[in-house]
Design a protein around this ligand. Sequence first.
Ligand SMILES: Nc1ncnc2c1ncn2[C@@H]1O[C@H](COP(=O)(O)OP(=O)(O)O)[C@@H](O)[C@H]1O
Ligand SMILES: [Mg+2]
Length: 442
Amino acid sequence: MEQKPLIDFEEESTKVISDNLEQVTRDSSKDPKETTDSEEAKSKDDVTKLFEDFLEKESLFVNKKVLQIRYIPDTIKHRSKQIEILASILAPALRKEKPSNLFLYGKTGTGKTLCTTYALNKLKKIAEAKDIPINMVYLNCKLKKIADTEYRVIAQLAREIGSKVPTTGLPTDEVYNIFLRKLDENKQIIIIVLDEIDQLVTKIGDEMLYTLTRINQELKQAQLSIVGISNDVRFIENIDPRVKSSLGEEEIIFPPYNAIELREILQARAKEAFREDVITEGVLEKCSAYAAREHGDARRAIELLRVAGELAERENLLKITPKQIDSAEDKIERSRIIEIIETQPKQSQIVMYAILLLLEKQDGKLETGEVFEKYKELCKQQAINVLTQRRISDLISELDMLGLINAKIVSKGRYGRTREIYLTISTDMINKIKETLKKQLY
Ligand SMILES: Nc1ncnc2c1ncn2[C@@H]1O[C@H](COP(=O)(O)OP(=O)(O)O)[C@@H](O)[C@H]1O
Ligand SMILES: [Mg+2]
C-alpha cells in the first residue's frame, strides 16, 4: 500500500523558474508599438516554433525532481553517525516509551531536515506495520501564517493531530485545551518536530516552548517528545535555561560538509537527475567548491547544479560545462541579493535607497552624515517617522553585514569618527535593486 508521507512539504520556491519566465516574456515583447501586423504574426510563429523545438529536443534531465530541495534520496552520505544517534534516541517510542527531547543544530544545508525526515519516515513505516501507536507532526516554523503567533502554532499542531480549530477567535488557553484533549485521547507517543525553531523564538519568544516541554505533566495517556531543529548554532545558548535543559536533553551537531563530501553528495544526485554524459569534467568540482566556500551548504550545491542545467537547456546545449556553473552562481547570487533587499524593514530600505541615490550623483564613497540627510529627506517625502542618526548608523552597519555595502569606520582626528560607505554590489545590479526598492517604498 502507498504510504502517506509524514511530511507534506509545500512546493519548493519556483523563484528561479519564474525569473526565467519573466525573461522570456520580456524578450519576446520588444517594443510592441513598433511592430507591424506581419511582424506580429511572425513573432507569434517564433513562439510556436520555440515551443515545438522545445518539445522535440531531448531534455538534459531524466528526472528533474531529484534536484528539488525536498527530494529524499535513497542513500544519505556522510551522515550515518547523525542518523544512527537520531534513530537510537527515537527507538524507545517503539516500546511505547517516551523518547528524550532532542535538539539538532548546524548551518543551513547540512542535512538536518533531510536526516530527520528520513529517520522519522522509517520509524513511521515500522510503527504502522507493527501497529504501534506513534504519531508524528512536522512543522516548519519559517512558514508565515502558521508560525507567527502562539495561537497559530498550537492551532496548527492541534489540526495536524486531527482537531478542528478555527483560524482565529478562541482564547489561546482554549486552543491549548483542544490540543491537549486530542493528544490524550489515546495511549500513544507523539513526536513533534519543530524545524527552524530559531525563527519561532525570534517571532514569538520562548514562552511557548516552555509550555510545550511541560505538557507531559498534564497528559494521562499520551506522551510527547519534541525534536527542535535550528540553523542558528547559537540559538540554544540564548533561550530560557529551563527550556534549554529540557529541549536539549540530547543534542546532535551537523557540521558543514567539505568540498569532497559535497562532491560525492552531488554525484549521486546528478546521476539520477541527468542523462548520461550531460555532466562534463570539472562541473561537480566547481559546484562543490562554490558551495563549500559558502559554508558547506549542500542546498546551495544542488541548487547550483539545477540552475546550471536550466541555463544549459535554454541555450540548447547538450552538455553542462563549468561555465554554466559560473552563470548559475551569478544568477543565484543576484536573486539572493534582491530577496535580501525585499525582506528588509522599511527603515533599512530607505537608508539603502538614500545610499543608491547619492552614489548615482557622486562617485566613490559617502559618509554617514550625508546618508542621514538624504534619508531624512526621503522620510519627509513619505511622511515616515525619522530615526536618530545613531540608529541610522546601526542600520548602515547591518547593511554592511548583509554584504550590500561596505561601511568602514574611519577616524577623523578631533572631529571624531565616521563611516566611509561604498557599494559592494556589481554596477549592473544597481538598477535592479533601485527598481525593487522603488516598488517596495512607493
Ligand atoms: N548527506 C546528504 N546526502 C544527500 N543529499 C543531502 C545530504 N545532505 C543534504 N542533502 C541535500 O541538501 C539539501 C539541503 O539539506 P537539508 O536537510 O534541507 O539541510 P538543512 O535542513 O540542514 O538546512 C536537501 O536537498 C538535501 O536533500
Ligand atoms: Mg532544514
